[in-house]
Design a protein around this ligand. Sequence first.
Ligand code: SF4
Length: 374
Amino acid sequence: MNMDVDDSRLPSAGWKQAFRRRLLSWYRRHARDLPWRQTRDPYSIWVSEIMLQQTQVATVTSYYPRFLAALPTVAHLAAAPESQVLRLWEGLGYYRRARQLHRAAQVVVHEHAGEFPRDLPTARSLPGIGRYTAGAILSIAFDLRHPILEANTFRLLARLLAYRHDPQGTEGSKLLWSLAEALLPARHAGTFNQALMELGSTICTPRNPRCDVCPVMALCPTHAQGLQAKIPWIKPKRAVEAVEEVAIAVRRRGRVLLVLRGGEGRWAGLWDFPRFALDGESSSREMLSRLTELTGIRARPVKRLATIKHGVTRFRITLDCQLVEYIGGKASGSAGVEMRWLKPSEMSDYPLSVTGRKLSRLVIEEMRTAVAGS
Ligand code: SF4
């Protein structure tokens, strides 16, 4: 038990027992048949947990089997080139997760003989594995008694305590982790944890929770007080910011220039068309001189291929997609930036962002049409 939390703030033994009984009986009847629930293999559970961070279940169900078919064991993942891992992840976003999963697989293979560590501190020392993910993998794969808290269970447990403050602030977080731990049954912690998440994601939803069919309605103070719309407390969102960017497809004798994004940023490891922020008033001359600064290439404009609008966190990005024709210069760019001239057919082997992939399709179509018309 967390020594910083006063036990009187937690429910009684009788409440906890009734809660477990109701929750587990409901879960036996209503658990969704999800692919990662068919296994106790720690690697498969780990992959699913990383994919499910910040991504909807429906999206993960299509990526998960494809990823495991290509990389069925932790040894396959550790030995795969990063570009293959990112290509399999393409479209899931938050690529840092994939890079960390890849690095962690290499640690598991090289330092733990390919076995996922069973003790919490060692599991948590792996790249990309925090308290929640470690608890989920250890409880589900090995039935070890570790609590979990993620977005759905933070909300559910805040409502079960009628906790009106920030559930993810220092005090709220301590209190709710203590509750998650106190609720764990002596055995089958993994099933219990999954049941909690299932209730949070399918019944105790952020808006309009389905209290009328909730198995723990009789135990819930938030329902009794009609506070569902007020609990949990939600941090005010930061204002959305509009950003204008340009992505440039440079064409040269049937090939197109792609740049490898480096560093540790959000898109590191992905290939992309030269891309930069632009102010709305920039002329095409300014755009081309920025292209030369970035890549060493001189080009002339051909046409606008599309305008793509998309969102990344709080940014609403308008992406102006331009096709230009190479006229001179050697692809060099700033130190350490890797660039390649690719045939359209080669682009499918390279991991791209979602907008990069959309633009690549437009470029392929454009080049096909140009060949057909020549
Ligand atoms: S009764 Fe309503 S608010 Fe309480 S746990 Fe169930 S769904 Fe959530």
